[in-house]
Design a protein around this ligand. Structure first.
Ligand code: AOF
Ligand code: ZN
Length: 365
């Protein structure tokens, strides 16, 4: 199963909105078939592995990181093909959270005289599919907030200059997270201040880890989502004129002639403020599993206050910017007493070049 999980990870940049799935077929202690899911619409992991195994599938054991599908989606259901293949045992890491499939194959295969074992490395399988699981279970995407700061928790100078606070190594590290996300979200203020591209430079990633040709050919730029409630974004910004789709989140459309990759998405607002929880539910309906947020202190503060962030990734640079510089979060409520503090838990700390990367999970009460 460990090997199957490693195989599944190969799809980390390309499978969304589908999950990462890996499969290994073993006959007489020998791997006779293996496969991983690469892209929505392409063959599922089990089918690739069964095709490789051919007649050696008869009497074998299949190890698969997610319960096989039982519905007609982009591809026909895997459970029928598995039943016909002649395998006698199937080991499944975890049940599929997709309500169209959940639990159905497990009982179907068990009723077809195939020995079924489940919950083997279930957490590992869930870990590589955090976004898929969260969206299937709640309708909401898994949201990560990226921040870069000095050791005194400052993100930009008093004049708003934020470039080059963190190191080149940290900025490269960010490229991995961006590549694994279905969307990158920011605010119009950040676009107006920094004019970022918000794209993945796949060639940068390729320099460090050799990417398979299949990945390079199927990779799509994450959707760039800009919260732009006052229609400030015009089509001359860097994030507009790149490959990949752009969603402008607005309360009313403008009549600009936007390029074909730009979509204005209209949401409701109260007192000119967009309801963020509803916005993220709406983004879930676009089959967005993971959202990577890169924004300034106002949006970052709001998202954490509204309990929308699932994970914070903070790059701390060994610099002091002083108290007149911009903070990490602007929190609307005054948090005077310890019971009001927003509580967090550190889940990982790592040195990235001269910086430190801290991964944090909020503890929402
Ligand atoms: C598997 N193996 O490799 C994957 C599975 O539209 P489709 O046909 O690609 O089906 C997508 C659904 O199938 C997806 O939501 C999830 O429930 C399951 N994904 N299942 O057994 C795979 N990718
Ligand atoms: Zn399938």
């Amino acid at each position: 199963m460990k090997k199957a999980i490693e195989l599944a990870k190969k799809g980390e940049f390309t499978t969304a909105p589908n999950p990462n799935v890996g499969c290994i077929i073993v006959n007489n202690n020998e791997i006779v078939g293996q496969g991983w899911h690469c892209q929505t619409g392409k063959e599922h992991a089990e089918i690739i592995a069964l095709n490789m195994a051919g007649s050696k599938a008869i009497g074998s054991t299949m190890y698969v990181t997610l319960e096989p599908c039982s519905n007609f989606g982009h591809t026909p259901p895997c459970f029928n093909i598995i039943k016909k293949s002649g395998i006698t045992k199937i080991v499944i890491a975890t049940q599929d959270p997709n309500p169209l499939n959940s639990g159905k194959s497990i009982s179907f295969l068990a009723n077809s005289n195939i020995q079924v074992k489940i919950n083997i490395l279930a957490n590992e399988s869930k870990k590589i599919n955090k976004g898929f699981f969260k969206r299937m279970e709640t309708g909401l995407p898994f949201v990560q907030l990226k921040l870069g700061a000095s050791i005194d928790g400052r993100t930009a100078t008093v004049h708003g200059h934020s470039k080059w606070i963190t190191s080149i190594q940290s900025r490269k590290d960010v490229q991995y997270y961006r590549a694994k996300s279905s969307a990158i979200l920011s605010s119009s203020n950040t676009i107006l201040n920094d004019n970022p591209y918000l794209t993945v430079r796949l060639e940068e990633i390729d320099k460090t880890v050799m990417l398979q040709k299949e990945i390079k050919n199927t990779f799509k730029q994450p959707i760039r989502i800009i919260i732009d409630s006052q229609n400030k974004i015009k089509n001359n910004y860097n994030c507009i004129n790149q490959q990949g789709n752009v969603f402008l989140i607005r309360t009313k459309k403008d009549c600009h002639k936007w390029p074909a990759n730009v979509q204005q998405i209209i949401v409701k607002a109260t007192n000119k403020k967009i309801d963020l929880k509803n916005l993220f539910l709406l983004l879930g309906t676009y089959q967005i599993n993971n959202i990577w947020v890169e924004a300034g202190p106002t949006l970052s503060g709001l998202l954490i206050e509204k309990k929308i962030i699932d994970e914070l990734i903070i790059y701390i640079s060994p610099k002091i910017l002083g108290h007149t510089s911009k903070p990490l979060f602007i929190i609307e409520k005054t948090l005077k007493l310890p019971p009001n503090f927003i509580k967090l838990s550190f889940t990982d700390v790592r040195k990235i070049g001269p910086d430190i990367r801290i991964t944090i999970k909020p503890i929402y009460l």
